[in-house]
Design a protein around this ligand. Sequence first.
Ligand code: RIB
Ligand code: CA
Length: 309
Amino acid sequence: MPTPIIIDCDPGHDDVFAIWLAAGNPDIDLLAVTTVSGNGYLEHTTRNARVACTVAGVTGVPVAAGAERPLMRQAAPATWIHGDNALGGPDLPEPTVPLDPRTAVQLISDIVREAPVPVTLVPTGPLTNIATFVLAEPALAAKVREIVWMGGSTGRGNVGAYPEFNAWSDPEAADIVVRSGIPFTMVGLNITHQALVTDEVIEGVRAIGNRTALFGAELLRFFSASYQAVEGIPGPLHDPVAVAIVIDRTVATSVHARLDIETKGTETAGATCVDLHNMLRREPNAQIAMELDVERFWSLVKDSVRALA
Ligand code: RIB
Ligand code: CA
């Protein structure tokens, strides 16, 4: 029985691969894609989600737009990695996948309400939409199977010293979602930096040879070059790691630990405070993904790309 999921994302190069990994894997039933401001402004992340589905031939999966900005802060796109349109690199085709008229929260609510089995939410951007859903629909939120979020870090961040971008973009939303009581898995930079987009990875994707692979290889080349320029490393393909964990829990190790979100710090707002040694004697409240089976991960990504258009 495939696992029903909704991806809430801010495409973003790695978000595109999260959508493709889900859409192309037989153990996932991708029920919807919802978008949020993050890597780019909402108009870009939403168009990019539709482009991702158009290129890969993903049809019948509703795409709905969500929050234009964080709950209490201004939108601050990560143009230094993803470019001005949040999907730098290839020329983008006109999307043929339509935009659902509902908002992201309306679509998530409708799906969770009608689903015959509990739905897994896989946010790969700031948690603005998920927090809004949790606040607006507490009874529906209680029906959610779990949240597996690409965000945070057990170590240093990638925006300033400590915050990771998705958490930094909307710390208040992350705090609301972590406190919601919905079973929560954090897939942070500490594990996603094990999924590096090397030249070998790019060539492995390109060699698949279909439309998705050729477009995807251009995305990976741009994404990795951005990371090389900014952080001096090949790009870590963050977001599909969260989907891979939903597909196969054995693709990563995890620990049950206490997670708290810093929302007040001048320099640290958005820091994900993971008490790995339970120093504060607080109740553990999250699964923290730690070690990735890198070979299995890339195999899952390529199998999905191969299965798409
Ligand atoms: O920090 C990495 C995360 O921020 C990824 O989800 C990337 O797409 C951006 O949203
Ligand atoms: Ca993302």
